[in-house]
Design a protein around this ligand. Sequence first.
Ligand code: SAH
Length: 390
Amino acid sequence: MIKVYLNRKITPRVANGHPWIFNNEVDKVDGEVLGGETVEVYSHDKKFIGKGYINPKSQILVRLLTRNKADEINEQYFYTEIKKCWDYRKQLGYTENCRLVFGEADSMPQLIIDKFNDYFVLQTLSLGIDNWKPAIVDALNKIFKPKGIYERNDVPVRELEGLAQQKGFLSAPFDTNIIIKENGFQFHVDIENGQKTGYFLDQQDNRKAIQHIVKGADVLGAFTYTGTFEIHAAMYGAKSVLGIDISENAVAQANKNAKLNNVQDSCRFETANAFDVLKQWSNEGRQYDVVMLDPPAFTKNRETIQKAIAGYKEINLRGMKLVRPGGFLVTSSCTNLVNEEMFLHTIDIAAKDAKRKLRQVLFQRQSGDHPIIRGMDNTHYLKFLIVQVQ
Ligand code: SAH
């Protein structure tokens, strides 16, 4: 097997359990590497560190799968690991829909599998894990006997690994417009053309958290995608709900979801740029009992963190102004480079500028099917805050 030896001084990151090994952390590689092979990683003094997969095309040369020397990386290995992921989700009660595999947090770097009841959507975002796709599909078939498996590898990050973007069936073809149930409500999910894997499972527990504050309320939601938060609000008894998203497709799907749950009279969606309308409507003095914001990630690189923070400040400032005194702001951030402290600080600054006082009701992260590993920043990304705006 190919052996990779790290530099004398290994970074605390690797020592503390992070699975990524960058090119500049490697002293030498023994063996001929084409890309995608399983390798053994050793410290400079030949102590075993772990086994993983290698890709010389990527800046992240090796991603570790295991630190146990006895583990053999083969078909059976992936079956066992995916089975473990399923046992964990079942234990936590995520039996119908869940992120079944959350990459690094499940020791399978760059592998994402979302389970939508009997359907599975898969992303293999690095060469090493992409090579195991047949074994992964085989494991899903054995464990779940799914009605369908679909690949959503139409993700630009694959190109950093020398992989093409692609999507398609990994099972017999099936109707990719499915309906899932969450917290007792129903949602259309477009597996083939929806954003990411089609549906944002990471907010599933947070959607439940709005239950009591929306009763009898006038609710405004921005960045709604297919309207999941807003339909929850309507189903939990909101008086009126308006949702806006910049994507016409998302708005069409959201209106379809309102009909599916029979709340089309109280809950409607419109296409608009949230930055424009939040500003305009707050200037006009519109008022809502609850305003909900769930924007996409504002940056993926460190150079533009300040711009992302300015974006959060802007929408939250406007959002607060739109809340009647005593009402609630429900606000999220999924930018992992904007950490919790930065996000909460930005909300405080926005409140100051809006001349409003906040009382924190609740602060949560993503749901437990997306476990967080301390020190692994990319597993620790979603911030979800409810504040009362006085
Ligand atoms: N709340 C949703 C997820 C939202 S994802 C859920 O729980 O399912 C972020 C959404 O913001 C996307 O649907 C995207 O189309 C939308 N978006 C991005 N920029 C926008 C803008 N400037 N104005 C309004 N919507 C925007």
